[in-house]
Design a protein around this ligand. Sequence first.
Ligand SMILES: NC(=O)N[C@@H](CC(=O)O)C(=O)O
Ligand SMILES: [Zn+2]
Ligand SMILES: [Zn+2]
Length: 420
Amino acid sequence: MREIAVVDGLIVDPAEAPADAVRVDASGCVLLPGLVDLHTHLREPGREDAETIETGSRAAARGGWTAVHAMANTNPVSDTAGVVEQVWSRGHEIGLVDVFPVGAVTVGLKGEHLSEMGAMAHSKARVRAFSDDGVCVYDPVIMRRALEYVKTFDGVIIQHAQDLRLTEGSQMHEGDVSAELGLAGWPAVAEESIVVRDALLAGHVGSRVHIQHLSTAGAVDIVRWAKAKGYDVTAEATPHHLNLTHEEARSYDPRFKVNPPLRTHEDVQALREGLADGTIDIIATDHAPHASENKDCEWAAASFGMTGLETAVGAVQAAMVDTGLMTWRDVARVMSEVPARIGRVDHLHGRPIAVGEPANLVLVDPQAKHTVDPATQASRSRNTPFAGRELPGRAVGTFLRGVPTYLDPRFDQTFEGVPA
Ligand SMILES: NC(=O)N[C@@H](CC(=O)O)C(=O)O
Ligand SMILES: [Zn+2]
Ligand SMILES: [Zn+2]
């Protein structure tokens, strides 16, 4: 039981709270620093039918996030200062979550020419994280040059590790289930070979690389080895890869089609262990909304990707907290503090809950067991893999610089008449 007070967006000593302060009784809840997603797809500009910066911001606030890094695979691609500034400004205008645009590594995500990373870094969007996510930066010379370039302004290259040749036409994890279902396989080695190459390149250049959506036991081993070597490699796991396996593909339901694919039970175990022992640094959602026309179709024709912002807390609780592998304190580290540090937004987010710090906070109710219903979500897309499943808890109140951006109806009385 603990009390904190917030005045003008900052955490203050409760003794200094004004007498008429709004009081929130959050008994039974856990207070965490506002969550920071290093991997979100907001789809604006270009696919506003799937998500917009506004609907994605609302989904983020509902999920407990106060900051998201918006991936560059939009149309136009976020590969210039102009586009990243537009995304940043729109996020700021909506004001529900801080939107930090990720810049593309290569022009148009084509993998051929480096984008103007310096111009994006020095724009008002202050970009530090660069990724061609959706596709792998495949050419090792381009990757090397990108690592050298971002070093000059303390940036990070975020890699979608997928060997393009080994995964041509791939539909799901290559294993016994793909063989049975007759779907083309995406082998673990296609991920692992790129992870090891980029760890070596980061070590060689002395720069930072971050590996997205780690999905195989072998990739966890490689990251563990790279860290022991002293290479500046960080990695993320998604809530879906921590909970689901390739067995889901038996339903032929495209909601389970994702890149990289859901893998085996052993891989899920290795990801959980890797996260618990610090090999995997953070959890990132890879929230990938898709319009129904791209998901309500046969498996082979469907797009890769699943939504995640609104289910992350419950899914992480199920995989990591309720299993005894992590405490809520650890969750604050992997979902807020470290992602903020990797994205170099740790002067604003992922701060300690202490006097003088910005009040970016989330209340989590670990007893708020609920069945996931996509129809009640804020995201414009419905492609959650957890639909119809029970999750043990969720975010019930999110505060961005002291302002509530999402509040569970249980707090309606509390905040009555208070402008949000
Ligand atoms: N994860 C996915 O399956 N899809 C992502 C791209 C990506 O993260 O690689 C998307 O943009 O839809
Ligand atoms: Zn990706
Ligand atoms: Zn992604």
